[in-house]
Design a protein around this ligand. Structure first.
Ligand code: FAD
Ligand code: UDP
Length: 375
């Protein structure tokens, strides 16, 4: 006799794993978690490569959040290593801090402005923008066209195969502009890396007798042979509905890894290349993880139209298509959509965790703070 599950959960990334963990551990639900990949963790998956270096298979994942709730929830499954991310950009033959800050401008132009003078400079070069709508507006409206072209225009064209003027303002708004010397990429209250890596954290989350896991299987196959009451789907929402309203655009990346017999190769954990090369950035994983090793592995990110869906593409045409899928999704009983692909949102990891905790609240009626804190 086939075993009946309370929930079939498709996708073992943050979205699916958080839901599986809470429903199984706190609410005693029987859960089957499946993923078409060979591993858990979704895009946050990390592993030790052939040289023993802990690397992120799908590009650099740095954990940061302002949510105490999300941070303490995940702290049940991992210890942390404090880590503040810093990035350099290769511009005009120099390596300067990005987000643009006081040091960036002084190094770039060999100036020695103070914060006030820099603010005046930005105001003198900023182009007036009546209504900030696009990713171009955000930057030229703040720092003018020259800095926009040096740091943003070509990086964005490479990353998205779109001009910033065709992308929603939210994309470049992710990267602030500062007039002080704060050179951190993020300013969130909590910034840390899981001490033993993301995969180890996922293993602890999912280690529960109520959770069965099947890897290398597709939802399309599982649904035919498994009995379940409700479905939580974290894959691409357009795929779930057989692309009936057309394809949603997702941007992909190719990752090229390169190992050096050297302890430190890059001047920072990540170096961005806005203007040169086909890749957008290089990452040195030992600088993210703090791993001490005789070797160091780098990854190069080369944006691609085809391949695994990594980024929803925030622009008008896609919003309109997604809205149709969202309405349809809301009308399907006992099927719940959460995560970056299923809700077509350019979400960071912490936002996905919060979204899945919110879903569990809706499913169980238990207040989110109680639900997140339950051990
Ligand atoms: P995913 O991790 O994509 O998981 C979805 C899973 O569903 C996948 O494993 C997929 O195989 C599976 N799946 C889909 N369809 C099916 C199906 N039909 N059958 C079976 N399985 C299926 N966030 C940060 O907070 N900080 C960062 O520094 C950061 N860096 C990033 C860098 C890159 C290059 C990328 C691409 C993303 C980055 N993110 C970062 C975002 C982060 O990866 C996501 O927020 C998070 O991983 C999303 O989790 P998810 O579970 O929604 O989706
Ligand atoms: N961006 C840019 N130049 C940079 C860094 C970022 O033009 O040096 C733009 C680019 O469009 C990018 C977006 O800002 O896609 C968001 O950057 P972020 O570093 O948050 O991207 P992610 O880590 O999500 O790939």
């Amino acid at each position: 006799m086939q075993q009946a599950y309370d929930y079939l959960i498709v996708g073992a990334g943050f979205a699916g794993s958080v839901a599986a963990e809470r429903l199984a551990r706190v609410f005693n639900k029987r859960v089957l978690l499946v993923d078409r990949r060979t591993h858990i963790g979704g895009n946050a998956f990390d592993f030790h490569d052939a040289h023993g270096v802990l690397i992120h298979k799908y590009g650099p994942h740095i954990f940061h959040t302002n949510s105490d709730e999300v941070f303490s929830y995940l702290s049940q499954f991992t210890e942390w290593r404090k880590y503040e991310h810093r990035v350099l950009a290769s511009v005009d033959g120099k390596l300067v801090p990005i987000p643009i800050n006081l040091t960036t401008i002084n190094q770039l132009y060999d100036w020695s402005l103070n914060s006030e003078e820099l603010e005046q400079y930005f105001q003198s070069v900023a182009e007036p923008v009546a209504q900030v709508r696009t990713s171009e507006d955000v930057i030229v409206g703040r720092v003018g066209r020259s800095l926009y072209e040096k740091f943003f225009r070509n990086y964005t064209r490479k990353q998205w195969a779109l001009d910033p003027s065709e992308l929603d303002a939210s994309v470049t708004s992710r990267v602030p502009v500062r007039t002080d010397t704060d050179d951190r990429y993020f300013t969130d209250r909590h910034q840390a890396m899981p001490l033993h890596g993301y995969t180890a954290m996922f293993e602890r989350m999912l280690d529960h007798p109520n959770i069965d896991i099947e890897l290398s299987v597709d939802y399309a196959d599982v649904k035919r042979r498994v009995q379940y009451r409700e479905l939580i789907f974290t894959g691409p929402v357009d795929e779930y509905f057989d692309w009936q309203f057309g394809k949603l655009e997702y941007r992909s990346l190719e990752f090229r890894f390169e190992t050096h017999h050297q302890t430190k190769v890059l001047a920072a954990a990540v170096v961005n290349y806005p203007n040169d090369h086909e890749y957008t950035r290089i990452t040195e994983y030992t600088q993210l993880t703090g791993q001490q090793h005789t070797h160091s592995t780098l990854s190069y990110e080369i944006p691609r139209a085809e391949g695994d869906p990594y980024y929803p593409v925030p622009r008008e045409a896609n919003k309109a298509i997604y809205e149709k899928y969202r309405e349809l999704a809301e009308s399907v009983p006992d099927v719940h959509f959460t995560g970056r692909l299923a809700t077509y949102r350019y979400y960071n990891m912490d936002q996905v965790v919060a979204q899945s905790l919110a879903l569990c609240t809706r499913l169980t009626g238990v207040a989110r703070s109680t639900l997140a804190a339950a051990t």
